[in-house]
Design a protein around this ligand. Structure first.
Ligand code: DAH
Length: 357
């Protein structure tokens, strides 16, 4: 009669020696498979007396259970080892292109800014820049904001914690401080635009806490409102790529210009969308004016010798108008579906020769 202890020792040794899942399966079939050695033992029970069968049957079943659990354990160990081996064998290069590649695109705000720069560059303007974190002097004082002007208050301006000196830095609320920085560092004639980020504590369908402006500044002898009007009307016609744009200048107030105006473009608001160059409505798109003598003086320029004009416009808002985006907040939501829909090709940089958009 087969010695169960010997058989068990043999089978367990084979289980332990199995080097891979295939070898282990062969051991399993040979031991507990239909025609395996242990299954074969069970078949001999029929020829035994009931007492013998009871005792021997229990022993064989227990043997089979032990062998089976040894196989299960070994299988788990082999699988884990195989996974470890695969993980160390297969490295994943995240820089390789994946099966699905969304093509990158130029954000509409950047596209619109490039369009504006290209139009003004063509008119002889240089691009100037200034810091996003400004001081009170450049953002307000030098721009002739009275001491208690409401725009200095917390509800509009993001202030930083005061320094030890009590001075509070702030996130610039407009690109106009670049006018100041340019005038104190350059001699006239000056002809610059300053595209950049601006910040105000405001958020709804047409306001976001961070938005973009383009500032313009021209300083020279004999500059007057006629120059301002021609420059802005020419810009608008080129930007909207049509001569059919009608504009109007409305008197307004800005501390840093005198006289000041807002420029509106004629548009049609019927039918839920805004169409430029037709209709009976007006849409405000920028602020402008003749640079205030106090601002020239604050920047070391003699207002009796030099005059200038300035303007400031919202880039994102002009982009919404030109490309038909209904909600300003979508611009900064980083939704890749929105970017895929409204984005522009990186290879089609706007320029006066081949067109803007
Ligand atoms: N800084 C103004 C604003 O953010 C816009 C502006 C108006 C800029 C008139 C100018 C200007 O340079 O002359 O609302």
């Amino acid at each position: 009669m087969t010695d169960l202890n010997t058989l068990e020792a043999e089978v367990l040794a084979q289980v332990a020696a199995a080097g891979d899942l295939q070898a282990l399966d062969a051991v399993r079939v040979a031991a507990v498979g239909k025609t395996g050695s242990i299954s074969g033992l069970l078949k001999t029970l029929g020829a035994m007396s009931p007492d013998e069968r009871k005792e021997r049957g229990a022993a064989i079943n227990a043997l089979r259970d032990r062998v089976q659990s040894a196989i299960t354990e070994k299988k788990a160990a082999l699988e884990a080892a195989e996974l470890d081996a695969r993980l160390s064998r297969e490295t994943l290069d995240l820089t390789l292109p994946g099966p699905y590649r969304r093509k990158g695109s130029v954000h509409p705000t950047m596209q619109v800014m490039d369009e504006m720069v290209s139009i003004f560059a063509d008119m002889g303007f240089a691009v100037a820049e200034g810091p996003d974190i400004e001081d009170d002097f450049h953002n307000f004082t030098a721009l002739n904001f009275p001491e208690k002007h409401p725009a200095r208050e917390m509800h509009d301006t993001f202030f930083f914690e005061p320094k030890e000196t009590g001075e509070r830095m702030l996130l610039r609320t407009h690109t106009s401080p670049v006018q100041v920085r340019t005038m104190v560092s350059q001699k006239p004639p000056i002809r610059i635009i300053a595209p950049g980020r601006t910040y105000r504590c405001d958020s709804d369908a047409t306001h976001t806490p961070m938005f973009h402006q383009v500032e313009g500044l021209v300083i020279d002898k004999g500059i007057h409102m006629g120059h301002l009007k021609w420059t802005l009307e020419t810009f608008i016609a080129r930007f909207f790529e049509t001569d059919a744009v009608t504009t109007q200048f409305r008197p307004h107030h800005f501390p840093f210009t005198e006289p000041s105006a807002e420029m509106d473009v004629q548009c049609d608001r019927s039918g839920g969308e805004i169409k430029i160059g037709q209709g009976t409505s007006w849409l405000e798109i920028l602020g402008c004016g003749m640079v205030h003598p106090n601002v020239l003086r604050a920047c070391g320029i003699d207002p009796d010798e030099y005059q200038g004009f300035a303007f400031g416009m919202g880039v994102d808002r002009l982009g919404m108008l030109k490309y038909g985006m209904p909600d300003l907040r979508d611009m900064f939501a980083s939704d890749s579906r929105w970017l895929a829909h409204y984005g522009f090709s990186g290879f089609a940089a706007p320029n006066a020769a081949s067109g803007l958009s």
